[in-house]
Design a protein. Sequence first.
Length: 78
Amino acid sequence: MNIKHLVHMANQIATFFESESGPQNAPAEVATFLVKYWEPRMRSEIIAHVRAGGEGLSESARKAVLKLASDSETAAAA
C-alpha cells in the first residue's frame, strides 16, 4: 500500500476525531478506529512509517499510531 495514501487517510481520520472529541481525546479515538477498520498490513505499514520519523502525519495521527504500536506490543507480550 502507498504510505502517502495511508498518511493522508490517517490525517483525515484524525481531523474528524479532533472536531468530534477534541485534540486530547482524538489520538485514542483514531487508534480505536484503525484497529477496527484498517487491515493488519495497513496498521503495520503506518507503524513502521512513524518509527521511521512519521513524515506528513499530523500530531494527533502520530500520537494515535504510537498508541497503536504500544498496544500491539503489549498484546504480543501477553
